[in-house]
Design a binder for this molecule. Structure first.
Ligand SMILES: [Zn+2]
Length: 624
C-alpha cells in the first residue's frame, strides 16, 4: 500500500523543478515532514487558513481507472497565516499554484488512516490555491466497476464513497466534517455516460460527455460525491426522482414511489427541506453501504429493491440526513452519534407518519433487538466503543460505524421524547435543526443546548444523560417497544418449535418485518432438519429479499444446514453491502467453516469496495 510513496515524492520534487541548491532543502521538506493534525484528529487542516469554495475540473478515465483534475480552492487565511494544510491520500500532485504563482509544497509522513498532510506556503492575503493532480491506484473512495459488475453489463461504472475520510483520495481537501465549502464542477466522462454529483444534476446525457455541477449550499468534504455510468432518470414528483441503470429504472421508480410523501412528512416534522431537489441513485450491488446521504442525491444499494417497497425505511433514513448530518453536522467523527442517532430517530418518525405507528414500532422492535445483541458482543471486545461519544483518535473513523451511534443514539432520543412528551420534543428538535443549519455540533455543545432548551434538572437526571453519552453499555432505562404483531409472530414460532409443523395460514399477510422477527427469534437449539421444514414451508432460501436472506443465513449456517450454502455463496459474491457481509462471514467462521469462508471471499473480494474489503480482510485475516 505504501509503494506509491517514493514515486509520489520523486514526482513532487520534479514538478517543483528545484535548482541544485534548493534541492537539499526540498528533500528536507518533502521527505517526512512532521505534521500535526488540527482540532479534528482525522484531518491535517488547521484554523489558520480554511477553504471556502471549490472549483473542480476533472476528466474521468475508465481505461486507466484514474481521475485527472484541477482543484481550485478559494481560501480564507487568518492574519499572520503562513501555510494552508490539506489532506490527501495516494494523490499524484503535478503542481500547485497560489494566486497563479507556482509554489513549493511539503508532505507529511504517510499514515495508514490519514494519508498525508499537504502543506502549502501562503501569505495571509492569499485567495486561491490551485492543485493539479491525478488519483492513484489506491484511491479508496473510488470504486471502478467493469461492465460485468453492473446490472446491465454493457458499460463500466464509477462511484465514490467519501465518508468518513476518503474524500481526500479523490480531491485534495480539508477533510474534516467541521469544515464546509460550496462547490462547482466541470466533469468530462466518456460521451455515452452520465455523470452525477452531490449537486445540481443533469437529467439526461450530454452529447460531448461534459457536465456542469453547482452546489451553492456549503457541505463538508465527506459529502462530496460522484457517480458515472450508463444511467437514466425517472421523475417521481416535481422535486424527486430516481436514477438507475436502464434495466433497474422501472423497478426503482416503483420501489420509491412514496419519495415525495416522505419528503413532505419530514418537512412537516422538522422544517423545510433545504437542498432543492431530492433524488436517489440506485448503484450496482457492490456499494458498501445501504445508502449514503450525499446531498440532493442519495446513493443507494440495489439490495433494497425488494419489489414490495418493504425496505424503503432506508430511504427515510437517508432523507432524514438532509436535516441531521447534512444540515447540522457532527464536528468530528467522535461525535458521529449526533449524525446517526438523530437520523435513526427521524427515520422512525418519517416511517410512522407515512406508514403508521404499528409499522414503525415493528421497525423499532427490530432495531432494539439488534442493538442489544450488538452491544453485548461489543462489551466483550471493544467496550469503549459502546459509548455514544467515541474516542477514535489514532484509529480508522470507520471503526465507529456500529449500532451504537445509530441505535443507542435513537433510543437515547426516544427516551427523551418519552420523558418530556412528543410535543415538547418535536418543538425542541425543530429549533435545533433550524437554529444550527449549515453549522457543526459537538457532543458537549449539544448537552449545553439540551440543558438550556429542553430538559429541567430533574428530567436531565431522570434520563441519565451523562450515563447514556459517556458510559459503556446500554442503560437499564432503555425504552421498551411493544408490537402486537410481533407477539403473534412469537406464537407461530413457538407452535412450530413444539409441534414441528409450520403454520402457513397464520403467516399469509406478514410483512418483511414480521418475517425478520420470526427468523431472528429462531432459537439456537434448532436442528438442520427443523430448518429444512421451515424452508419447505416458507421458502426462505429462495427469497429475493436481501434482509430476509441475510437473517436466514444466521441460524442455517450455525446449524450447518447445507442446502443454504450455494445461496450464501452467490449472495456474498454479488452483494458488497457491509451490513450483510460482516455477520455472514462471522457466522461462517463461528460454525468452523473457515475454509468455505475463505474460498468464497477469494471470489467475492474483487467485487467489494475498499470500505467492505478492509473490514473483511481484518475479519478473515486475509493477506493479499
Ligand atoms: Zn446514516
Amino acid at each position: 500500500m505504501k509503494s506509491f510513496l517514493p514515486g509520489l515524492l520523486a514526482l513532487a520534487m520534479v514538478a517543483c523543478n528545484p535548482t541544485p541548491q534548493e534541492k537539499q532543502e526540498k528533500s528536507m521538506t518533502t521527505t517526512e515532514v512532521a505534521m500535526e493534525t488540527g482540532s479534528d484528529p482525522h484531518s491535517y487542516a488547521k484554523a489558520e487558513a480554511k477553504v471556502k469554495h471549490l472549483n473542480w475540473k476533472a476528466e474521468v478515465n475508465f481505461e486507466n481507472k484514474e481521475i485527472q483534475a484541477l482543484a481550485q480552492w478559494d481560501i480564507e487565511a487568518q492574519a499572520g497565516a503562513k501555510y494552508i494544510f490539506f489532506d490527501i491520500y495516494d494523490l499524484e500532485i503535478d503542481s500547485i499554484l497560489v494566486d497563479g504563482a507556482k509554489t513549493d509544497f511539503a508532505l507529511s509522513t504517510f499514515d495508514d488512516h490519514l494519508g498525508q498532510g499537504l502543506r502549502i506556503p501562503i501569505s495571509d492575503k492569499a485567495k486561491k490555491v490551485s492543485i493539479y493532480y491525478s488519483t492513484g491506484d489506491d484511491a479508496r473512495a473510488l470504486q471502478w466497476l467493469d461492465a460485468e459488475q453492473t446490472a446491465d453489463k454493457n458499460h463500466p461504472f464509477l462511484f465514490t464513497q467519501s465518508q468518513a475520510i476518503l474524500a481526500r483520495s479523490w480531491v485534495p481537501t480539508q477533510d474534516s466534517p467541521g469544515i464546509r465549502f460550496t462547490y462547482n464542477a466541470e466533469v468530462k466522462v466518456p460521451s455515452d455516460m452520465l455523470a452525477l454529483m452531490s449537486a445540481s444534476n443533469p437529467m439526461e446525457k450530454s452529447d460531448d460527455g461534459v457536465y456542469h455541477f453547482e452546489m451553492p449550499q456549503a457541505i463538508p468534504s465527506y459529502l462530496l460525491a460522484l457517480s458515472v455510468g450508463n444511467i437514466e432518470f425517472e421523475a417521481i414528483s416535481d422535486r424527486t426522482g430516481v436514477y438507475a441503470e436502464p434495466s433497474l429504472l422501472e423497478a426503482s421508480a416503483y420501489e420509491f414511489a412514496d419519495l415525495e410523501k416522505m419528503v413532505q412528512a419530514a418537512e412537516e416534522l422538522y422544517g423545510p427541506y433545504a437542498w432543492g431537489r431530492y433524488d436517489l441513485i440506485v448503484l450496482p450491488p457492490s456499494f458498501p453501504f445501504g445508502g449514503m446521504e450525499n446531498p440532493r442525491l442519495t446513493f443507494a444499494t440495489p439490495t433494497i429493491l425488494a419489489g414490495d417497497r418493504s425496505l424503503v425505511s432506508l430511504v427515510a433514513h437517508e432523507l432524514a440526513h438532509s436535516w441531521s448530518g447534512n444540515l447540522v453536522t457532527n464536528a468530528t467523527w467522535d461525535d458521529f452519534w449526533l449524525n446517526e442517532g438523530f437520523t435513526v430517530y427521524f427515520e422512525h418518525r418519517i416511517m410512522e407518519a407515512v406508514y403508521g405507528r404499528e409499522y414503525s414500532e415493528m421497525l423499532a422492535s427490530l432495531t432494539r433487538a439488534g442493538l442489544q445483541e450488538a452491544a453485548a458482543d461489543m462489551l466483550k471486545e471493544v467496550p469503549n466503543d459502546t459509548k455514544l461519544k467515541l474516542d477514535l483518535e489514532g484509529r480508522n473513523p470507520d471503526d465507529g460505524v456500529t449500532s451504537i451511534p445509530y441505535d443507542k443514539g435513537y433510543f437515547f432520543l426516544r427516551l427523551m421524547e418519552e420523558t418530556v412528551g412528543r410535543e415538547r420534543f418535536d418543538e425542541f428538535l425543530k429549533n435545533y435543526f433550524q437554529g444550527h443549519k449549515f453549522q457543526v455540533m459537538t457532543t458537549e455543545e449539544f448537552i449545553t443546548y439540551l440543558k438550556t432548551n429542553l430538559l429541567s434538572e430533574e428530567e436531565y437526571a431522570a434520563v441519565r444523560v451523562d450515563e447514556w453519552i459517556y458510559e459503556t453499555g446500554i442503560p437499564d432505562n432503555l425504552p421498551a417497544v411493544e408490537s402486537d404483531r410481533f407477539t403473534k409472530v412469537d406464537e407461530v414460532l413457538a407452535s412450530f418449535m413444539n409441534s414441528g409443523s409450520a403454520d402457513i395460514k397464520a403467516t399469509q399477510n406478514w410483512t418483511t418485518h414480521e418475517w425478520l422477527h420470526f427468523i431472528n427469534s429462531i432459537p439456537d437449539s434448532i436442528t438442520a432438519e427443523q430448518l429444512a421444514k421451515l424452508d419447505e414451508a416458507y421458502a426462505f432460501t429462495a427469497s429475493n429479499n436481501s434482509e430476509i436472506s441475510a437473517a436466514w443465513f444466521q441460524p442455517t449456517i450455525a446449524a450447518n444446514y447445507e442446502a443454504v450454502y450455494p445461496k450464501v455463496e452467490s449472495f456474498l459474491v454479488s452483494v458488497g453491502r457491509r451490513k450483510f457481509l460482516t455477520p455472514t462471514y462471522k457466522a461462517l467462521l463461528g460454525a468452523k467453516q473457515d475454509q468455505l469462508a475463505r474460498d468464497i471471499y477469494k471470489k467475492a473480494r474483487p467485487n467489494y469496495h475498499a470500505v467492505s474489503r478492509e473490514t473483511m480482510d481484518d475479519l478473515l485475516k486475509w493477506e493479499e
